[in-house]
Design a protein around this ligand. Structure first.
Ligand code: PMP
Length: 444
């Protein structure tokens, strides 16, 4: 397997040369919150797949629902003129979940990047339908991650994900991230930083012209950029600015929806009502590639009240509304509720956050500890705590490797070590992750 992996497989977000010289861990089995590799080594998965396996790897009701759906109706399209019963049931269920956030319609996709692309495209169409065809630009946050399609890549805040693929969409502008540990204002107070960035957004809108901007897209807590948690005033501030200028707000909740933050959604955590909410990942717990864009009632009305060809949605995927994905999602939503995983995410998140702060008192290499809202946490490693100079490149990987040998998989992203375990994590397994990380730092 190892030789064939090197010979014939390219890994996403990885340089081919790097994966030739650093053999990846080949996972062959998983159950509960544990994964086992090809060498028989079993560890706690501190990454929860890729922020998506919220319910763990042994979710029998989801497997049963998938199997029953495969027997009854494995596929039928929901393009014009047809629908399927399972996806209607899911749309109703999601409507019930997200009605408190003002979101009442669902557009189904095959994953997170598709969900982002859908929201960006529908945002432009919305403005065209309202006679504001000049609203085509997008604002987003530096360090934000929005998937890999051309639109999503254009609004991605990390230039590394953009530069090799330019020219991308014109008119995408990236605003300072609400990142108290590092920002051009040298402002460490999250609330004051939020105010400074909100003022910058107003300036950017004035500079661009509000009537040229279609939407502002942001993650309620920035995930892949290193678990950057904005002040509680930030997203409501962005929402107020968007409302004032007729700009749509797209909440990219591919990671944060369905309980990861200890709330049903990141928008609900911050008390914000977005126009579009992009979801994917945990909607099917990794059992099926699937996503949903939830759409606000007021946006839906603009499309639904226009009978002209302009209001036809010229966008969609063969697998939009896949009945097997819908069956998986319905079972995942039921399990999320039945197992009270959202409460557990908040409790285990608090436990891990406190434990990571303890590790910071022991190891100078830990510059910043981020989290505090459920099971999205990160450590940022530094060479020097005072100057905040980032740790040498190999350091996070060394900690990861030693932590793996000591019993837990964690994820490296730049100078950060990221934790996003399953929401069904037990107290003992949360401690197991902390113990493995402790061993990882000790080994440095
Ligand atoms: N948006 C966010 C916030 C994400 O974290 C991701 C994936 N990590 C995506 C979009 C893209 O999702 P996918 O990889 O399923 O296309």
């Amino acid at each position: 397997l190892k030789a064939n992996n090197a010979r014939s497989l390219w890994h996403p977000m990885t340089s081919p040369a790097d994966s030739l010289s650093n053999a990846p861990t080949i996972v062959t089995e998983a159950s509960g919150v544990r994964i086992r590799d090809v060498d028989g080594h079993e560890v706690i998965d501190g990454v929860g797949g890729l922020w998506n396996v919220n319910l763990g790897y042994s979710c029998q009701p989801v497997k049963d629902a998938i199997s029953a759906q495969l027997d009854r109706l494995p596929y039928y399209s929901i393009f014009r003129g047809t629908s399927n019963d399972c996806v209607i049931e899911l749309a109703e269920e999601l409507r019930a979940f997200f009605e408190p956030d003002g979101l009442t319609r669902a557009f189904f996709t095959s994953g997170g990047s598709d969900s982002v692309e859908t929201a960006l495209r529908l945002a432009r169409q919305y403005h065209k339908l309202r006679g504001q065809a000049g609203r085509v630009k997008f604002l987003s946050l530096k360090k934000g991650y929005h998937g890999t399609h051309m639109g999503g890549a254009s609004v991605n805040g990390n230039a590394n994900f953009r530069s090799n693929y330019e020219p991308l969409l014109p008119g995408c502008h990236h605003i300072t991230a609400p990142y108290p540990y590092r920002n051009p204002f040298n402002e460490t107070d999250p609330a004051r930083l939020a105010q400074l960035i909100l003022a910058q957004i107003e300036d950017e809108i004035a500079f661009q012209g509000a009537d040229t901007i279609a939407a502002f897209i942001m993650e309620p807590i920035l995930g892949a950029g290193g678990v950057i948690v904005p002040d509680a005033s930030f997203m409501p501030g962005v929402e107020a600015i968007c409302r004032r200028h007729g700009i749509l707000l797209i909440a990219d909740e591919v990671i944060t929806a369905f309980g990861r933050t200890g709330a049903w959604s990141g928008s609900r955590l911050w008390g914000v009502k977005p126009d579009f909410m992009c979801t994917a990942k945990a909607i099917t717990n990794g059992y099926f590639p699937f996503g949903a864009v939830m759409i606000a009632e007021a946006v839906a009305e603009v499309f639904e009240s226009d009978a002209s060809a302009k209001a036809a949605i010229g966008h969609g995927y063969t697998y939009s509304g896949h009945p097997v994905g819908a069956a998986a999602a319905l079972a995942c939503l039921a399990e999320t509720r039945r197992l009270n995983v959202i409460e557990n995410a908040a409790a285990r998140g608090a436990q891990l956050f406190a434990g990571l702060k303890d590790l910071q008192t022991k190891y100078d290499v830990i510059g910043d500890v981020r989290g505090g809202h459920g099971l999205m946490l990160a450590l940022e490693l530094v060479a020097d705590r005072t100057t905040r100079q980032p740790a040498d490149k190999p350091v996070p990987g060394k900690v990861q490797q030693a932590a793996y040998e000591a019993g837990a998989m964690v994820r490296v992203s730049g100078p950060n070590i990221i934790l996003s375990p399953s929401l069904v994590l037990s107290e003992a397994d949360a401690q197991g992750i902390l113990d493995a990380l402790d061993a990882g730092f000790r080994a440095l």
